[in-house]
Design a protein around this ligand. Structure first.
Ligand SMILES: Nc1ncnc2c1ncn2[C@@H]1O[C@H](COP(=O)(O)OP(=O)(O)OP(=O)(O)O)[C@@H](O)[C@H]1O
Length: 253
């Protein structure tokens, strides 16, 4: 893939400090539309902070973030979600007593839009039901549909989180360590599901520690170290980049 499509998401010179710590330091990157982009880096490199500034959980100390040319910087998390960015978390966030099916229904915007309010309740519900059904089938969760999500194996819980994020019909899906806790088989199955989502046009930005997974899936990879971007490019280019090899030497990842 030599030419990349126009960016859906752009970060321009984004910095985020916490007291004296530069969690992100002048990071500029583009996330191409319809592609899978990976973010890697040793522990504490700033990966989660990157997601947190994109979703509005943290405001950048400096710099700008754009989604399809529209400025996101300074918007509230719910506004950014509404603009079309959905995410999953490194630590699974599911509700203890809710079933898989309920998780998929509640994630959807019962939004304050005039049209939403004007729709008859049954119609609104059936649209949410259809989205939930699609996500359920796509992730192969039909059999556990009515089980409390927290009782399911870790790998399945991760799928529930991704299915939930997708019911919001995002333009950009952010995945924070999507295969953490998954078996090799589950990870490989997920890799294929993410490739199908890409083929369907979804744009994905993911953080992942598993190098084989990242290298086999991502179209482009950005490498952070101590809050700075030290390399970016194709998996092949990044794999052999001396700065990347240096950053990982002695790191525990
Ligand atoms: N809310 C916060 N308050 C203070 N410091 C923070 C906060 N969030 C992140 N940091 C600091 O910013 C730096 C980057 O952290 P971040 O969690 O983004 O790294 P990471 O690459 O996601 O690490 P890991 O792979 O371990 O999850 C770290 O030094 C961290 O301690």
């Amino acid at each position: 893939m030599s030419t990349m499509p126009a960016p859906l998401l752009s970060l321009v010179d984004v910095t985020r400090t916490f007291g004296g710590v530069q969690a992100l330091s002048g990071v500029s990157l583009d996330v191409a539309a319809g592609r899978i982009t990976g973010v890697i880096g040793p522990n504490g490199a700033g990966k989660t902070t990157l997601f947190n500034v994109i979703t509005g959980a943290y405001t950048p100390t400096a710099g700008e973030i754009y989604l399809d040319g529209a400025r996101l910087t300074g918007l509230k998390p719910y506004q950014i979600a509404r603009a079309g960015i959905a995410r999953t978390f490194q630590n699974i966030r599911l509700f203890s007593s809710m079933s898989v099916w309920e998780h998929l229904l509640v994630a959807q915007r019962h939004d304050g839009s005039v049209f939403g309010r004007l729709l008859p309740a049954g119609l609104a519900r059936s649209k949410a039901g259809r989205e939930a059904e699609k996500a359920l089938v796509f992730f192969g969760l039909e059999k556990v549909r009515d089980r409390p999500a927290r009782e399911l194996p870790y790998g399945t819980q991760r799928k529930v989180e991704m299915a939930r994020a997708l019911t919001a019909n995002p333009r950009l899906l952010l995945l924070d360590e999507p295969i953490a806790g998954m078996s090799h088989e589950e990870a490989d199955e997920l890799r294929h599901l993410l490739m199908r989502l890409r083929a369907d046009g979804l744009t994905i930005l993911l953080i992942e520690h598993d190098m084989t997974f990242v290298m086999n899936l991502c179209d482009r990879i950005h490498v952070l170290d101590f809050g700075r971007q030290i390399a970016h490019g194709t998996p092949e280019a990044v794999r052999t980049d001396p700065a990347v090899l240096d950053a990982y030497l002695g790191a525990d990842t």
